[in-house]
Design a protein around this ligand. Sequence first.
Ligand code: ADP
Ligand code: MG
Length: 272
Amino acid sequence: MTESPANKIKHSIMVMSGKGGVGKTTVSVNLGLSLALYGKVVGILDADITGPNVPKMLNIEDATMTGEEDQTIHPVELPVGADGAVRVVSMAFVIGKDSPVVWRGPLKMQVLKQFIETVTWGDLDYMLIDLPPGTSDEPLSIAQLLHPDGMIIVTTPQDLALLDARKAIDMSRSLGIPVLGIVENMSGFTCPKCGKAIDIFKVGGGMKAAEELRVPFLGRIEIDPAICETGDSGKPFILNVQSKTAEAFDEIVRKIMAHYEGEKWTPEPSAK
Ligand SMILES: Nc1ncnc2c1ncn2[C@@H]1O[C@H](COP(=O)(O)OP(=O)(O)O)[C@@H](O)[C@H]1O
Ligand SMILES: [Mg+2]
């Protein structure tokens, strides 16, 4: 993978969707934390320069990335579980939480380049790249700078979202990045009172698309009010909730680890 004198990144994975609001940041953050619960050191690159949400979801938005005279930048590090960690780089640390970024493409690309090349990521087991919506410049630039070895496509189950997911898969194929699979987010809802499953946006579109497009299906995550609440309050879902939805994230990270590491890893997450 990516090697620079300071950084050894074993695997880097782009988290992409055809459109916004489908849960890319939610998936990136919670998969990152789940991996860290398995003792992994995980970088999360918030590549959404104009809408950086990763620090808010992790409740570290008041942190700052420290820098050195030689222009290197240190990520914000959050210890997780017994020996895992996430290291985060985001525009939100640079501009503060309420300032908008209204920048043209070239400037955004310049920042992404810095985030990749001048940040002291150190040794990472995984890097997750939370992309802005769509198939625009960011995935292209990151593909060139970082040569990721995986792409996760997040979609909701409606036909329109799936159409966009297809575009994302086409893009990853044209960039030569292997698709690890599709995550179907906001996939049905279990009534907390009666336990009955309700298919709000219908269910299973992601699985059907995965079959049709011949890519793996990684799993489905239900609509869960706890995800929304914890996302808004910055209490990371996966570290604070034990539920069927939390298990769904765990199943997805196990598939990711099995893909990259074979069956060598011990499938025992540390206590939350
Ligand atoms: N499975 C889910 N259940 C409930 N709310 C969710 C779920 N996934 C995401 N959300 C909420 O939907 C909103 C958009 O999610 P986000 O991850 O920011 O999407 P994106 O990064 O694709 O724009 C957030 O408020 C988030 O908390
Ligand atoms: Mg986002």
